[in-house]
Design a protein around this ligand. Structure first.
Ligand code: OAD
Length: 256
């Protein structure tokens, strides 16, 4: 990556007053959390989302679906935030109006110090009743299920229906308040930083495009080309843990 490109991105960040950070699975890849579409390790290469990530799949086999998300909750719970997560928290500390919008269902941003990420696709740590939507308490001390192991979901304490993972599945709408917050922030920012997303899943992938249409600069961090390349003012071809500290150093002379 030529230093000139990092310097260009750094100058955009140094000038910015209203920043949105938009993250996807690549943000957590260097923490050991698999992405969805990596050709070798991506979750959707190894598992069929139709049997695990749709309301119909949960109705057909709740224990299979609950067990898979419990396995993911335990494995991501053991992962640690990386230098990229910490750099995002440092941007928020330096520019307090920054809005962090994530498609990730892990809690690595929070554990790196980001106070209030907007979770567009829900969270592994916020299950709710599949019928009455009452928030559910995660089973305390539940052992990590082996990969692929069926685990019957707990029952709702109010209506006894099965508890479901608090994530957005294929065919479901995004949480309205989160999406509205994201669109409003993207519409009024002067810089959007998109990190580690393939830009393939809508409506989330609209967010960087909304910002660009409204005249904001867009910096993309991704080791691969994506459909967001043409939207980006600057493409930083590299990983989150490498590029974000370099970007902060270029903008402010400090990596965090
Ligand atoms: P994807 O798996 O589709 O894309 C991950 C992106 O991260 C790819 O563009 C990679 O090139 C990039 N990447 C990989 N390693 C990286 C690294 N170390 N640093 C930076 N980038 C890296 O993941 P998402 O775009 O997040 O939805 O996928 C969007 C949605 O699809 C997910 O939220 C999930 C999935 O189905 C739901 O669960 C609703």
């Amino acid at each position: 990556m030529p230093q000139r490109v990092i310097a260009e991105a750094g100058a955009l960040l140094a000038r910015a007053r209203r920043v949105v950070v938009f993250t996807g699975a690549g943000m957590s890849a260097e923490s050991g959390v698999p992405t969805f579409r990596d050709a070798l390790t991506g979750l959707w290469q190894r598992y069929d989302p139709q049997t695990l990530a749709t309301p119909e799949a949960f109705d057909a086999d709740p224990a299979l679906v609950w067990g898979w998300y419990e396995w993911r909750r335990h494995t991501t719970g053991q992962a640690q935030p990386n230098a990229g997560h910490r750099a995002v928290a440092a941007i928020e500390a330096r520019l307090p109006g920054t809005v962090l919008i994530t498609q990730n269902v892990d809690d690595l941003h929070e554990r790196a110090g980001s106070a209030d990420p907007v979770h567009l696709h829900g969270s592994l740590f916020a299950p709710r009743c599949s019928a009455c939507a009452q928030p559910a308490v995660l089973p305390a001390g539940a052992p990590e299920p082996a990969e692929g192991r069926r685990v019957p979901p707990p029952s709702c304490t109010r209506c006894a229906a099965p508890v479901r993972p608090g994530v957005v599945w294929f065919g479901e709408a995004l949480p309205t308040a989160a999406f509205e917050t994201a669109v409003a922030a993207a519409s009024s920012c002067d810089l959007l930083l998109t990190v580690g997303t393939s830009g393939l899943v809508y409506p989330a992938a609209e967010i960087p495009q909304v910002a660009a249409r409204r005249g904001a600069a867009v910096i993309q961090v991704n080791p691969e080309a994506t459909p967001l390349d043409p939207v980006a003012t600057v493409n930083l071809r590299g990983t989150a843990a490498q590029m974000l500290p370099a970007l902060l150093a270029a903008a402010w002379g400090t990596s965090g």
